[in-house]
Write a protein that binds this ligand. Structure first.
Ligand SMILES: [Zn+2]
Length: 178
């Protein structure tokens, strides 16, 4: 299995043709920068190896606990985290859910401690609804094309990781045979 350093190197090197390709596709500097940035983010921090104690995981620093349930939930190198088609969708969904819950927790603490509202189940449901509402407003406030390019970048950054893993494993088994 390629090391974290190899994965980083592959990500950096492929960022260049990615930027060129994005510019030819979009003819837009802003979208090119966005897609290349999310590709780097997908390869370095938002990639498949968040399912284990990896460079991607530790790069989140004090925020790495956000990924702790993800790491515990999915086995390392399973289809859930390394699959080419759905694993990025799953991470985006997971991250959105965690961010919504974190926002709800902040809103709950504010409602109870600052506004002096009762700390009960109703309050929890209300703050959760408000957090969900804020998140969906955020999604709608940004142009669909921007989300699409951002997602393609994320997906490609993660896909290069999976492909490097596959190539690494194939080479390893080849050398074992000879
Ligand atoms: Zn991996």
């Amino acid at each position: 299995m390629p090391s974290g350093r190899t994965h980083d190197l592959v990500t950096y090197v492929l960022a260049i043709p990615t930027a060129v390709g994005l510019f030819f596709l979009t003819r837009h500097v802003g979208l090119t920068v966005l897609g290349t940035a999310t590709m780097l983010f997908g390869g370095l921090m938002f990639g498949p190896d968040l399912d284990t104690h990896s460079k991607q995981y530790t790069r989140w620093g004090i925020l790495r606990w956000l990924w702790y349930p993800y790491k515990k939930l999915f086995p390392h190198r399973s289809h859930w985290t390394h699959g080419l088609l759905w694993s990025t969708w799953l991470r985006v969904g997971y991250f959105t859910l965690v961010m919504t819950l974190a926002l709800a927790a902040v809103l709950y603490v504010r409602a109870v401690w600052i506004d002096g509202l009762p700390a009960d189940g109703d309050q929890a449901v209300r703050t959760l609804q408000t957090a969900g509402h804020h998140m969906s407003r955020l999604f709608r406030a940004v142009d669909g094309k921007v989300w699409l390019v951002a997602f393609i970048g994320l997906w490609w950054g993660a896909a290069t990781h999976t492909l490097t893993d596959v190539i690494g494993s194939t080479l390893k088994s080849m050398f074992k045979t000879f």
